[in-house]
Structures are given as C-alpha cells and as structure tokens.
Design a protein around this ligand. Structure first.
Ligand SMILES: O=C(O)C(=O)C[C@]1(C(=O)O)C=C[C@@H](O)C=C1
Length: 379
C-alpha cells in the first residue's frame, strides 16, 4: 500500500527539526573551536580532520548513493562551520591585507605615468582623462614594458587595457598581472570608435591591407571581411597609424583613432568601423604600492584552486555566504599545466568591509594561491 503523502511529510518534518537543532548545536561547538584556535594560533581550516571526518561518515552510510550524499552534505556543513569560525574570530586578515587606505591618488606634474602605445593611442586618452595632461607621461610599446616600468619604480602609475565590451577580457593583460608586484588602484572606461585611416588622398578601395592592435582587428573583424582586406597585427593602434604614415604605400591602412589620424597626418577614410556600436574599453591604472582609495567599491582577486570536484563551487560560496556580489569571472590557462586554470574575479566591496575580510580569510586558507590585485572605485 502507498503511504499517504501527509504522513511522509510529517515524518520528514520531524527529522528536519532534529537536523536543524543538531545543526545549531554543532555551530555552537564551532564557536568553542574558534576560541581554542585563536588562543593557540591554529588555522581554522584543517584539511586532514575534514578528510578523516568524510571517511568516517561514508563508512556510517550503507549504499553508494548515500555515501556520496553524506559526503556532499558534510563538505557543506564543514565549509559553513569554517565561515562561521572566521566570523567569530573577526577575520584577522591584517597580514593578508598589507594595503594602505588613501583618500586620493598622489599625483602632480612631476609624477611619471606610463601608458601603452604610441602617442595617439586609446590608452593615452584614458591616461589623460584620469590624470589630465599636466603630468610627465611616458609611452611603452607593450603591456609588459608598461608593467615593468611601474614595478621597478621608473613610473609611479601605468595604464593598460583589460577588457572590451565587444571582444571581452584582454588575455595578454590577465596573463601578465601576476608576474609583477603591482596593485590596480583605479579604472577608467573609454568609448572606442575605431576608424579606417589611410595615406592622404587614399580611398577605401585603395586599401588592401590593414594594420592594428589585435584588439582593433577583432573589434572591426566584420568590416575587414566585408571589404576583403588583409589584416596584420601590430603593436598598438597608434603604432599602426605611424607605420602607414611613414611608409610610401597607398594600399596600406590602419585601424586606429581619429586622434591618431590627426597626429600622424593621415586621412580618416571611414569612421566607426567597429562591429558593435557600443564599443567601450576598460583600462586599469596600476602602481607598485599597496594602496586603495577609501571610496573603492570593487575588488579584483586572482586565485588558483585544487583541481578537484567542487573546488570552484566551494571557493565561490565564500562570496555568497558573505553577501558579496561577484560581478566578473575569467579563467586563464596555467603555463605548462594543461587544462588547469588561474581564476580572476571581481567582487563588489571595499577591503575594510568585514564581509570582504571574512571571505578573503577563508579563500586564503583554502586556495592554493590568492592574490589581491586591487580595490578600485567603479561607477
Ligand atoms: O575540528 C576542527 O578543527 C574544526 O574547526 C571543525 C571543522 C568542522 O566543522 O567539523 C571545521 C573546520 C575544519 O577544517 C575542520 C573541522
């Protein structure tokens, strides 16, 4: 005979009441554990104890389905227990957060600021929109050189692009960020209107080959294909404009800004050739000091996790449990370790927020590696 649903639900309700009561009791014990750990300086996360616990609990269950189920359940319970302990401990993350809070970026006319690209590059525009023109600016032809110049102190700030609305994250930037001891202190968005530039007097039909930064080529891929033009990657959009201006070949064009056209004396053969009308690039401003603005509201992190089931899920749950909105996630392959990835995430918040500190304390203990890339003000 089939058991009546009401009867089964009543049984389930009673069992759940017991579980809820036991859960609360367990969490109270976790407070004692936290107090002990604080007094002895022990870490909250004890992976050996967790694995032993899972093994014992699996042995207490009968069939394979329940073994997997109890493992899932207790991995969650212990993860909640850890988060609770960090909260009780008030997340002592000072050594993790060697960042100094500042009210504004320290800059005057003698401050050296380095940007990517030749004069006329979009990055230069971003730099001038952030810092004005009364600065000591420097130009470097690769992202790597910009970051090196900042890391070794030759320039106080550096500006490079990190993301575009139509082509996504700029991989080269992500791949370099962890190679230098630098901090992202600000960001700036520029509307990018790519134009086809040619030698004075050239017509669109004269152009057989276009040069640009890979981003410029990607943003204008439809136009290039429609026109049947060949394309070749160049160091930056403005370097491409310079090349076309310097060489005596009317069949060469550059995809760059109208600003670059003016600077190098080129004709604008067609404006706005990017395939998406709303084409914006986000630039980051980096420095070699560990600082963040007091009104910063977005944190960028990078971490590596164990290559195992649930690792990313558990890591991201730290944001959920601390009520932090995750606004972006990127993954990049780790060199020489096929199919393993480095994660880059942005979350809303300020490094002073207790929830942020709590999440960072948890992540730093569980991740294989954690880097706080910076805390910036975003609109
Ligand atoms: O036994 C501990 O050390 C605890 O902190 C308790 C607990 C758990 O909830 O069972 C939580 C975190 C540790 O990683 C291991 C186990």
């Amino acid at each position: 005979m089939v058991v009546d649903l009401k009867e089964s639900r009543k049984k389930i309700d009673n069992i759940d009441k017991e579980i809820a009561k036991l859960f609360e009791e367990r969490m109270k014990v976790a407070t004692d554990v936290a107090a002990y750990k604080r007094s002895t300086g022990k870490k909250v996360f004890d992976p050996v104890r967790e694995e032993e616990k899972i093994k014992t609990l699996r042995e207490l269950t009968t069939d394979e389905f329940n073994k997997t189920g109890i493992e899932d359940l207790f991995r969650q319970i212990m993860s909640i227990s850890r988060k609770y302990q960090y909260k009780v401990l008030g997340s002592e993350t000072n050594e993790l957060l060697p960042f100094k809070q500042v009210d504004k970026l320290d800059v005057d006319k003698d401050t050296r600021i380095v940007c990517f690209g030749e004069h006329g590059a979009y990055t230069e525009q971003a730099m001038e929109e952030v810092f004005g023109t009364d600065i000591t600016s420097m130009n470097r032809l690769s992202f790597k050189e910009v970051l090196e110049t900042v890391a070794n102190g030759e320039a106080k700030y550096g500006v490079i692009p990190i993301e575009n609305t139509s082509t996504g994250g700029i991989n080269d930037t992500y791949d370099l960020l962890l190679d230098y001891d630098i901090t992202i202190v600000a960001e700036h968005v520029v509307k990018v209107e790519q134009a086809l530039l040619g030698k004075p007097g050239a017509k669109i039909s004269d152009i057989k080959k276009v040069y640009s930064h890979p981003q410029g080529i990607m943003q204008c891929s439809k136009f290039i294909t429609e026109q049947g033009m060949e394309s070749e990657s160049y160091m930056s959009t403005s370097s491409a404009a310079k090349k076309v201006a310097e060489e005596d070949d009317i069949s060469q064009g550059a995809i760059a800004s109208t600003r670059a056209a003016k600077l190098f004396g080129l004709d604008v053969l067609k404006e706005s050739i990017n395939f998406e009308n709303s084409n914006y690039t986000r630039f980051i401003i980096v420095t070699n000091q560990k600082v963040f603005l007091s009104n910063a509201n977005k944190i960028s992190l990078s971490f590596e996790i164990k290559h195992q089931a649930g690792a990313l899920y558990n890591m991201l749950s730290n944001f959920y449990y601390n009520d932090l909105n995750l606004t972006k996630i990127e993954s990049r392959p780790i060199e020489n370790r096929n199919w393993e990835y480095q994660f880059f995430v942005d979350i809303e918040g300020n490094l002073n927020d207790p929830g942020v500190r709590n999440a960072l304390a948890c992540i730093s203990e569980c991740a294989k590696q954690l880097t706080i890339l910076g805390n910036v003000r975003t609109k």
